[in-house]
Design a binder for this molecule. Structure first.
Ligand code: PPE
Length: 311
């Protein structure tokens, strides 16, 4: 992966600071214990200007993630949305990835977090395709991980918490060292959970399947988007537990996420599931048309910059 492309400003605790000055103390609680929550959001260039895809849902999920860590966010969803627009505007990029993060800050060390301040920052920078242009077009090769997905009684997996991502880091590292592009993790029960940073979909005999929310998966916003788009396009979508052989014998497999958008999978554990199939291609096209403002059908998910008079 390429190094992060620096932009001009980062929003930190209510103000815009220069990229180089957005630093934290080494005694920060979140660094020692992974006690933070974050989001990944994309802004797209459309005919009507920059649109942020499902911004409200992402900031609402950040609030829920914080709640699950008994962390009180000092900003409301509305304030966080305004802050996202502020940093996007300051950096002047028509398209970018947006990364809000909240963490227990500098104060007390020791695991108990409650005496620490909660710091909030929002970065924005250009982030191209997550799994490569070629992956988007031809599909990627994935491996089922030997690392199990964090379970509901280990860490609340519904929270997009920073510490949880050690799980993903190990899984994707194992997969890439073995020559694959991405990992898929199984739950403690042995069913399919998600990719290191994506939700999983399978197409078999014309039906679209995805693990239901009782599998320890992140409640993906792209997952929700794809379920609705697929249904609107007339596909039957079934949320149910899936096992690894469902992937090996699938007609089509693909993964979705804010960063990955809709990425086809062409091989799982060296079983060829084929080049990107018709359903994958249809949903990928619908998704990309929607986020870029080229399709009116699901235009309600695009949020535009508040006008100066409203702000
Ligand atoms: N599962 C996991 C484990 C996950 O991290 C993501 C997002 C998803 C599913 C899809 O969620 P959503 O974006 O709401 O559709 N992964 C984010 C971070 C990737 C990273 O490398 O950092 C993302 O896609 O932004």
């Amino acid at each position: 992966m390429d190094p992060v492309q620096e932009t001009s400003k980062i929003w930190m605790n209510g103000e815009l600071v220069d990229w180089a000055d957005a630093t934290i103390h080494v005694g920060t609680h979140g660094l020692h214990y992974g006690s933070g929550v974050f989001e990944g959001i994309r802004a797209y260039d459309t005919d009507r200007g920059t649109a942020i895809f499902r911004l409200t849902e992402h900031m609402d999920r950040l609030q829920r993630s914080a709640k699950l860590l008994y962390m009180e966010l000092p900003y409301s969803t509305e304030e966080l949305k305004a802050a996202a627009w502020e940093v996007v505007g300051a950096n002047g990029l028509p398209e970018c990835y947006i990364r809000p993060i909240a963490y227990f800050g500098y104060g007390q060390l020791g695991v108990a977090a409650q005496g620490n301040p909660v710091d909030v920052a929002i970065m924005s920078w250009p982030w191209g395709t997550y799994l490569g242009e070629e992956g988007m077009r031809d599909g990627i090769r994935v491996k089922i991980s030997s690392w199990q997905r964090v379970g509901p009684n280990v860490i609340p997996h519904v929270a997009k918490a920073t510490g949880v991502y050690i799980n993903s880091m190990l899984a994707v590292g194992e997969a890439t060292r073995a020559g694959y592009q991405e990992a898929i993790l199984l739950t403690a029960e042995g069913t399919i959970a998600d990719g290191s940073g994506e939700s999983i979909f399978v197409v078999k005999d014309g039906v679209v399947y995805t693990p239901d929310l009782s599998a320890s998966i992140l409640v993906g916003i792209t997952r929700d988007t794809i379920i609705q788009v697929a249904q609107d396009l007339g596909h039957r979508v079934v949320e149910k537990p899936l096992i690894r052989t469902d992937l090996y014998l699938a007609d089509e497999v693909f993964m979705v996420g804010t960063a990955a958008e809709v990425t086809p999978i062409r091989e799982v554990d060296d079983h060829v599931v084929g080049p990107p199939g018709p359903v994958t291609q249809e949903l990928q096209q619908a998704y990309l048309d929607t986020v870029h403002g080229r399709s009116e059908r699901w235009a309600q998910w695009l949020e535009y910059a508040p006008s100066r008079t409203e702000a």
